[in-house]
Write a new protein. Structure first.
Lengths: 533, 354
């Protein structure tokens, strides 16, 4: 690939042009005549619901797969069906959602990996550090060359990923959901970096389904739906409602995600559904001085106490990896605790097994539906009884097929699971519908306390709306909800009280009405501290 | 719904058939390299197995043991455990069945003697299966290593007992059992005369049905498959993963052990050192080719039994080892063809219209 770094001097010629792209996986048509046109030097947002075909399109661009039909041009050159090596050589750099870094190596080693500088047959580490520092200075992307990647925060690791692609000569940068794991200040920093790269002539494609980011950062927007390109918009000439409509194909109530989220919450709070005072009810969930020790003998949960009343949502914000997952798993009985106690509706369940805690009234939407929440090769109907299998036994341990089918039919209808086929393996459903299966199972039967961990992660706009409605309905039915979310907007929009987790502790607990993104953001990165209430 | 069922059947059947085709082609080349005509050797192989009552009886006899060991291995795999110990579990089951058959008085009728011996066989295999299960759950010792090592220990131990305490002089087998003999098929169908096929085959088919019912119709089976597919999700669903593993591997051993009655109660009426003769190991191949489904296991057991018996029939023309090579080729071809053929099937089903 000789034309690898040929400058995209011609500003009127698209940096990327994809036309009539078709790509099928068995019966699933991921792309059907999709198109994409990205001009050099712009930030281009590629938006769409889960399963709209964004990732497939980008995999074709990156050379990871070949299209069944259609044409791909980069800088005016027809490169249809090229390989990953061709794509890298032509200056296309993809920053994946899951970092592709070796944790035990240093930043410099990671960045030069595959193109290591060599001195007399040996890896020249000093050169590598010098090269990385030079590039860091040139681009304004601050990375510490000699630190181990395992010691970095998520934001820093992501910066390393970007520097790595730039080191390989990337002129066209593709970022897949880059903000999913970042705190608000880190997001701001990333935006600065991306703008700087664009101003230096770089071309950026940003895959996201967060409309605030799209409006904030992009110059142009391509909306995909069901494998097709629906619309190409100038950001300056559109608004979130229009984009959402194009994504979903109908009107969408954006509460919880758009800029109006805060005022919507305020309205909701003012409408009189305030949580009942603690004198009226005993706490639905009571956690006392909980300590969980992690694999490194560190206290990943370091003495947390809180209560949730019936009819209350306690939201937990925080940068991922500050103990949220461990807290939820400890309450669910999936993680050994060091000390402390847990009560559900007054009953001490500290020594209970997972199934016994479920029996005591616990429901649990886990953050990782692919690992925990679903058995992907089981049918939808079989997944709808995971954790409830004892209730579907007729006699002598034989499963009651009739009741299992009735249950599936009922849940599929009331939670609008699509396609409405109970016998389909969960694997074949889209992310949003998989999540609906989990939610239908956990919320479709009697419970007192719901642990909802990242309930809308990787879920499209329409399903988010639906899930939020369900959580509010649970509150209205006097259930207690512990909500953990990486989305500050979501925490603020749904919660009655908000806690911020920082290094295994609650940095602060405050009424949601008094919280703002800015103050929570400061607690999240530890610049502000306050002993938990 | 029916089209989905058809898809599932296709996906279950096509890969082994493609593998069989690959094996046949390899077999052709082998036979040709030996200077014989493939067609006549295959004809001979079929005539010596399905072509006459005696040969067919021998196939049924061999398939019976393989059904038990195949079921045992597949049950383990369904729970996410690889039981490589079916060989010693089979031997231990046969040994205990013979021990009970020797210990009981000849006056005890078969209707009581046979079930007692069967329980002993299942118990013997179950104990050998429970050891790796316990070590896995309690200490995290990998069941593959433990079952392999137990094969050596158990087989050596049984050999020592037989050689030093229980053998009939000049042989390596026990005296004949007093009660618990299972009738041969030739008592009902004279054509089977001389073949080892016996009514244990009915027990094998019942066991296959039982395993199917357990896996797909009971709560315990639901939990076992859940643990095998995604242990983390099973744990989340309140299933005690360790308990499921313990029960699965113990049950797997018990089924393999039960297979010991085919030889001890149904054929020779004594325990002989080394009677398992690799049937436990071949059970791994049977489970693999049978896709860990009881029906598939029964069919695969018939297939491998045919190859094994057929090897004897063609011995005069090509070395019997050729059949063993063929078995190996089938196993490798299945391992390769399962993902490949499935992919091809799925892309062939791609809808033609938008």
């Amino acid at each position: 690939m000789t034309s690898a770094t040929s400058p995209a001097a011609d500003r009127t010629q698209p940096a990327i042009r994809m036309l009539g792209i078709d790509k099928s996986f068995g019966p699933v048509r991921a792309n059907r005549g999709a198109s994409l046109e990205v001009m050099p030097g712009e930030i281009h947002a590629l938006v769409g619901e889960n399963g709209a075909g964004k990732s497939t399109l980008m995999r074709i661009l990156g050379g990871l797969m070949k299209p069944d039909a259609g044409k791909l041009e980069v800088n005016g050159r027809d490169v249809t069906g090229w390989s990953t090596n061709d794509a890298i050589a032509a200056g296309i750099g993809v920053v994946h959602q899951h970092f592709m870094l070796v944790p035990t190596l240093t930043v410099a080693e990671n960045i030069v990996l595959g193109q290591e500088p060599v001195k007399s047959g040996m890896f020249d580490y000093q050169r590598a550090v010098a090269d990385v520092q030079a590039l860091s200075k040139e681009t304004g992307l601050a990375v510490t060359a000699d630190r181990k990647v395992s010691e970095l925060s998520v934001g820093e690791a992501q910066r390393v990923e970007i520097v790595k692609t730039l080191f390989r000569g990337a002129k066209i940068l593709v970022l897949d959901e880059p903000t999913a794991v970042l705190s608000p200040p880190e997001v701001k920093e990333l935006w600065g970096v991306l703008r700087k790269l664009r101003d230096a002539g770089g071309t950026i494609v940003l895959i996201t389904h967060r409309l605030d980011e799209v409006m904030d950062l992009s110059d142009t927007i391509t909306v995909m739906r069901a494998g097709q390109t629906i619309e190409r918009l100038k950001t300056s000439a559109t608004n979130p409602a229009e984009i959402a409509r194009a994504m979903v194909g109908r009107e969408v109530n954006l509460t919880g995600r758009d800029a109006e989220a805060l005022s919507a919450t305020a309205e909701f709070m003012a409408s009189g559904t305030t949580p009942p005072s603690s004198e009226e009810y005993s706490a639905a969930l009571e956690v006392n001085d909980l300590v969980v020790v992690g694999s490194q003998h560190t206290r990943v949960i370091d003495g947390i106490s809180f209560t949730i009343q019936p009819g209350e949502i306690l939201g937990i914000a925080g940068v991922e990896g500050n103990g949220q997952t461990e807290l939820i798993e400890a309450i669910a009985g999936l993680r050994k605790i060091e000390s402390g106690s847990i009560r559900i509706s007054g009953h001490d369940v500290t020594d209970f097994q997972v199934d016994e805690r479920r029996g005591a009234g616990l429901a649990h939407i886990p953050d990782d539906r692919h690992r925990r929440g679903l058995i992907l090769d089981y049918s939808v109907s079989d997944n709808l009884l995971l954790g409830l299998q004892d209730e579907f036994v007729s006699r002598r341990g034989v499963l009651d097929a009739n009741r299992i089918n009735e249950n599936a039919t009922k849940q599929i209808e009331s939670f609008d699971i699509r396609p409405p086929t109970a016998a389909l393996p969960a694997r074949s459903l889209s992310g949003g519908n998989q999540q609906k299966v989990v939610i239908a199972r956990e919320m479709g039967h009697e419970f007192a306390v719901l642990l909802a961990s990242q309930p809308t992660r990787g879920v499209d706009v329409g399903a988010i709306e639906f899930i939020h409605e369900r959580l509010r309905a649970a509150r209205a039915e006097n259930k207690a909800v512990l909500l953990v979310s990486a989305e500050l907007n979501e925490v603020l929009a749904l919660s009655d009280r908000v806690a911020v987790m920082y290094r295994g502790k609650f940095a602060v607990v405050m009424p949601a009405a008094e919280a703002t993104e800015e103050t929570l953001g400061e607690y999240m990165i530890g610049t502000r501290k306050e002993s938990a209430a | 719904m029916t089209s989905r069922f058809r898809e599932q059947v296709e996906e279950a059947l096509f890969p082994p058939l493609v593998a069989l085709l690959v094996a046949l082609i390899c077999g052709d080349l082998l036979i040709l390299s030996y200077g014989q005509s493939p067609a006549s050797v295959y004809r001979l192989l079929l005539e010596g197995t399905w072509g006459n009552a005696y040969g067919f009886g021998q196939v049924l006899y061999k398939a019976t043991t393989l059904t038990f060991t195949g079921l045992a291995v597949s049950l383990g795999i369904r729970a996410g455990l690889f039981n490589v110990g079916a060989e010693s579990q089979l031997a231990a089951g046969g040994f205990l069945a013979a021990l009970v058959g020797l210990g009981l008085s000849p006056s005890i009728p078969g209707v009581i003697g046979v079930p007692l011996c069967m329980i002993a066989a299942a118990f013997g295999g179950g104990v050998v299966g429970a050891i790796p299960a316990f070590l896995r759950v309690k200490f995290g010792a990998h069941e593959v290593i433990v079952t392999i090592m137990l094969n050596f220990i158990v087989l050596a131990f049984l050999n020592w007992i037989i050689a030093n305490h229980l053998h009939v002089p000049e042989t390596l087998h026990t005296p004949e059992i007093h009660t618990g003999a299972i009738p041969r098929l030739s008592q009902f169908i004279p054509g089977f005369h001389g073949s080892a096929a016996n009514l244990t085959i009915v027990i094998a088919l019942l066991a296959a049905f039982g395993v199917w019912f357990f896996l797909f119709r009971t709560r315990r089976g639901y939990e076992l498959r859940a643990v095998g597919l995604q242990p983390d999700a099973a744990e989340y669903g309140g299933i005690h993963v360790g308990g499921v593993w313990f029960r699965a591997l113990t049950l797997s051993g018990a089924i393999a052990g039960l297979g010991g009655i085919n030889y001890v109660l149904g054929y020779k009426h004594y325990y002989e050192d080394g009677f398992a003769g690799g049937s436990g190991f071949l059970g791994i191949a049977v489970a693999l080719v049978g896709r860990n489904h009881p029906l598939g296991v029964v069919l695969a057991a018939l297939f491998f039994a045919t190859l094994s018996q057929g090897g004897l029939a063609i011995h005069a023309f090509v070395p019997k080892q050729m059949v063993e090579v063929l078995q190996g080729v089938v196993i490798i071809a299945v391992a390769m063809s399962v993902p490949e053929v499935r992919r091809a099937l799925r892309s062939a089903r791609r809808p033609a219209t938008v």
